[in-house]
Write a protein that binds this ligand. Structure first.
Ligand code: GLV
Ligand code: MN
Ligand code: MN
Length: 411
């Protein structure tokens, strides 16, 4: 069984040109022109690989290789093709295009699956459009209700229904949820997005746990006015309240007592955005994660409390919303063991690890046994244009995925 790494790399390179930004920068926001072209590209590859396609009401794409025993729950793999602003070309894409190559390789080898093998291309793993990550897998797993999803709006006030239409999605959102154990297993191939594998010169990471993510949305309303004529005393500057809250996020994360706590104010906009005007409004989105949910929850409360104190002192109105507060995912022990054994049998170095990034696997783990196959990426860089994994590293991950699917679908 041999992965065609030249073809796979060439597909990854071509796919990176489908972007809203100037290459090599990749930006592919849900249902943007680039995302729609990306979806068409991937569907075409799936068709060429002989897979049968269908889409659900949120735009999750399913590409199936029918097994001989259709009464058995299928094995699933997949990832996402949307990309945050100023991203690179490997996050998510390796798990989609790699899975297609894994399936092509299995087909070429003459393998006949008993269980069907289903590739899932999840809608909006990235939170860019609606502020919430893993939209497709949250709905599949029943973690986000169709009613809540229908209420989502982007920063221009366009709702999910608008974007579903734009994306050509059909059907009712309540039909997206899958029953528990609809799949016998889910395995996602992904770049590590951290430095460990590269540093330790290990080819494959097998994920045992995914850290618990959460996020807050904060709107601040102060009093604006002329930057020259409004004296400093008594100002109610929404921008400064936001700045203090951002520092409180950093402080609370650092002081949590755990190096695993990470807090980021990744979105911070002020209005009216004129150099000679006191900011009357500020808008913040805060990302907070930890491998230990208890620590994350304590820090989350500290940040919320700090925001209230800061706004009270500054006379700024605070509207604060928890967008998501998710538990960590514990991966399936037997699946992790299966992949370790495959690596050992193939003489491929591997180690068990924690994913600090979140993935659709976080929510797939709630409906079926799940794990992830990580490959090294240069210096652990991700969510930036110089994200890089070599063709050899990608081929190794794809090979392990192919072997895993062969094993899981063969029984
Ligand atoms: C996924 O992109 C994450 O932010 O972890
Ligand atoms: Mn990402
Ligand atoms: Mn990703």
């Amino acid at each position: 069984m041999k992965i065609n790494r030249v073809q796979l790399q060439s597909e990854i390179d071509s796919f990176a040109l489908i972007t809203e930004a100037e290459p090599p920068v990749v930006t592919r926001v849900l249902f943007s022109e680039a995302d729609l072209r990306g979806r068409a590209f991937v569907k075409n590859l799936c068709r060429e690989a002989g897979l049968v396609l269908h889409e659900d009401a949120i735009g999750n794409i399913f590409a199936r290789w029918q097994g001989s025993q259709t009464n058995l729950p299928p094995v699933a793999t997949g990832s996402h093709i949307d990309a945050i602003p100023n991203a690179g070309k490997y996050d998510g894409v390796v798990g989609v295009l790699g899975a297609i190559e894994a399936i092509r390789t299995l087909k070429k080898s003459g393998f006949q699956p008993k269980r069907s093998i289903e590739l899932i291309i999840f809608t909006a793993e990235e939170p860019t459009r609606f502020g919430i990550g893993c939209l497709g897998s949250r709905l599949l797993g029943g973690i986000l209700s169709p009613e809540k999803a229908a209420g989502l709006k982007d920063r221009d006030g366009k709702n999910l229904e608008f974007w579903r239409k734009r994306g050509g999605c059909k059907g009712k959102l309540d039909l997206v949820k899958l029953s528990k154990n609809f799949y016998s297993a889910f395995v996602e191939l992904h770049i590590e997005q951290g430095p460990i594998l590269e540093k330790e010169k290990i080819s494959i990471g097998i994920v045992e746990k995914i850290a618990a993510p959460s996020s807050l949305r904060i709107q601040l309303t102060g009093v604006g006015g002329h930057a020259g004529a409004t004296l400093m005393s008594g100002r109610r500057d929404a921008g400064l309240a936001g700045a203090e809250i951002s520092l409180a996020v950093e402080h609370a994360a650092i002081k949590s007592g755990s190096a695993d706590t990470v807090g980021t104010t990744g979105i911070f906009r002020i209005e009216p955005g004129a150099v000679n005007s006191v900011p009357c409004r500020a808008y913040l989105e805060i990302d907070l994660r930890d491998t230990k949910v208890a620590t994350r929850d304590v820090v989350l409360k500290q940040i919320e409390s700090a925001a209230r104190t800061i706004c009270k002192r500054r006379g700024v109105k605070l509207e604060m919303e928890r967008v998501n507060v998710d538990p960590p995912a514990i991966c399936d022990v037997a699946l992790v063991k299966t992949i370790s054994e495959i690596c050992r049998a193939q003489n491929i170095s591997c180690k068990k690890m924690i994913s600090r990034a979140y993935h659709d696997s976080l929510f797939m783990a709630q409906i079926c046994p799940t794990t992830m196959i990580f490959i090294p990426c240069r210096k652990g860089y991700s969510h930036r244009p110089d994200e890089f994994s070599s063709p050899r590293q990608i081929a190794a991950g794809t090979f392990v995925l192919a072997k895993t699917l062969e094993k899981l679908a063969g029984v």
